[in-house]
Design a protein around this ligand. Structure first.
Ligand SMILES: [Zn+2]
Length: 551
């Protein structure tokens, strides 16, 4: 079997699975069906690009894919029916040479350690020469985003007009750092993170091949920790096989990685959310004393919260999908946590996420961990903002007497205004406004917004009577302003209005008045016992505005 061609590995303590099982063809490359399909399609249609760009997270198989593509182009197997096939033979001189990184016409360079313009010049020096033994000269540049600006420019010259016998294959983890001039000349493939179930199946297969016993829970931990990277998963499997004598249990892996048992994380979280902080801290001290670290515990808790919350909002329909990679033993705990309310869970998420940063920057991460648990339990004993608002509203109603005079004025004022507006709507000819504020409001109703703005911000009322207004104008209202006022008023009310600009001090402007009243409202609300409680519970909160809930 092609994948087992490496017989230097005899003894189980010594095998390097990632190398041994490096896929030599697309059939063995897991999780990248889209790429294989697209590439097969372009081979069939004979539309092959001169340059390829492979992107994806580390360990997902970019370099491996680059080598397989190189084989696709250069495989010499004479029995191949189509000239180029998606399945290179794996046996010819060329395939073997490429697999071992040792082929005269396939040149690899790691741009992470060769960033300069001279490195690129050296590499593509022979670009004009025909390949020695195969059809194409192929350049594989790994971590291409690391190239310097000069190096990119040198590369670009060749990329713009490459000879027919040259192919480029680039790989990168950071596609955004690759200049668009380079990108636009490449066919791009985004390699996907390998899905948990695919990776578990794959690891199971390898365990069978190698005679390794590995519990399902242990495989699930490996897959979770490796975050979709096949290489990381294989090297974890490797290490845990060698420390456990090929009989891997979840405890081996937890021990190896210094992972707290996830079950304890679930139980601690459940205790904290239920307000049983003493219990939770006891368990926490215990796992820390046994060599676990607080950062992993908080990461676990975040993962658990995420699953529980998804379970809560997604209903049990998705349970199988959501809990696929979760060991049987953890499922009940996660379901139990999903019974807390959504506000509880999302708030816990925020506290833990913030806590994670604190753990990373704290001088003593274990102490920080216990403080976070205490904060979490304190936060979960507080009512959530929505019920807090409800509570405040209802207690305001029961204290109505206390603030009634004020609210009362507001309401009657408002009724007056809305009556006035109603009248406006009914009658074409306006009744004359009864006071100055009504008059100003009229400008708003009639859509004379600029005049309205000037009236509220630049005008101090000195006296108001029907048909005659004295005002002091400040700011940038112009000379024609009084005429604009009287003209409009006459149009709307049918009577003459005399508007005088005078020097007397007059009242505050309407804007100033509103601002003062807002401040008074805030001060008055702050001094109510309900609000005092709220401000005590949220020391960093401040009351910015008070709104009438009927508004
Ligand atoms: Zn071949």
């Amino acid at each position: 079997m092609d994948v087992k061609s490496d017989n230097t590995v005899a003894n189980s303590k010594n095998r390097v699975l990632a190398r041994k099982y490096r896929p030599l063809n697309f059939k063995r490359l897991i999780g990248q069906q889209t790429l294989v399909k697209t590439l097969s399609g372009s081979i069939e249609r004979k539309r092959l690009a001169q340059a390829y760009m492979l992107t994806g997270v580390r360990g997902v198989g970019k370099t491996t894919t680059a080598r397989i593509i190189a084989k696709v182009f250069n495989c010499l197997n004479p029995e191949k029916i189509p000239e180029i096939s998606i399945n290179p033979c794996g046996k010819c001189e060329c395939c073997l040479g490429i697999a071992s990184g040792n082929h005269i016409d396939v040149l690899e360079m790691d741009a992470a350690s060769h960033t300069g313009v001279d490195n690129i010049r050296d590499l593509i020096d022979g670009v004009g020469y025909k390949p020695v033994t195969s059809k194409y000269r192929i350049y594989i540049i790994d971590e291409v985003h690391m190239l310097s600006k000069g190096a990119f420019n040198a590369l670009l010259k060749t990329l713009e007009e490459p000879p027919d016998h040259v192919k480029f294959i680039f790989a990168t983890t950071e596609i955004r750092k690759v200049p668009i001039t380079v990108l636009s000349r490449c066919q791009r493939f985004d390699l996907q993170r390998v899905l948990s179930d695919q990776l578990i199946k794959y690891l199971n297969w390898i365990c069978d091949q190698e005679g390794i016993k590995c519990s399902n829970e242990a495989l699930q931990i490996i897959v979770r920790v490796s975050g979709g990277s096949v290489r990381d998963a294989l090297s974890l499997l490797d290490q845990s096989a060698s420390i456990s004598g090929d009989n891997i249990k979840s405890e081996n892996i937890s021990y190896m990685l210094g992972l707290p048992n996830r079950l304890s994380s679930i139980e601690i979280l459940n205790n904290v959310l239920s307000g049983e902080i003493a219990e939770a801290l006891g368990m926490y001290d215990n796992i820390i004393n046994h060599g676990s670290n607080s950062e992993t515990m908080v990461c676990d808790m975040l993962d658990i919260l995420h699953l529980s919350t998804r379970l809560l909002v997604g209903g049990e329909k998705n349970e199988n999908v959501l809990l696929f990679a979760v060991p049987e033993s953890e499922k009940n705990g996660i379901k139990k946590i999903s019974k807390f309310s959504l506000p509880d869970l999302t708030r816990a998420w925020q506290v833990l996420l913030k806590g994670l940063e604190e753990i990373r920057s704290a001088p003593n991460a274990d102490e920080a961990g216990s403080m976070i648990l205490i904060r979490l339990s304190y936060a979960s004993s507080l009512p959530d903002p929505a019920s807090l608002v409800k509570k405040i509203n209802s207690s305001f109603q029961s204290h109505e007497n206390k603030i009634e005079p004020y609210v009362g004025n507001q309401v009657s004022e408002k009724n007056k205004q809305s009556d006035f507006i109603k009248n406006n709507d009914i009658e074409k000819q306006q009744k004359e406004p009864a006071d100055y504020e009504e008059m100003v409001k009229l400008f708003k109703i009639k859509d004379e917004l600029l005049i309205h703005a000037k009236l509220t911000s630049c005008v101090h009322l000195v006296s108001f009577e029907k048909g005659k207004i004295d005002i002091r104008i400040t700011g940038n209202a112009d000379k024609g302003f009084t005429k604009e006022i009287s003209g409009n008023l006459k149009k709307w009310t049918g009577i003459d209005w005399i508007v005088n600009s005078v020097e007397d001090e007059g009242e505050e402007t309407l804007d100033q008045k509103r601002e003062r009243e807002d401040k008074e409202r805030i001060t008055m609300t702050k001094s109510t016992p309900e609000m005092e409680k709220v401000l005590k519970a949220f020391p960093n909160a401040d009351l910015k505005s008070v709104k009438d809930s009927n508004e």
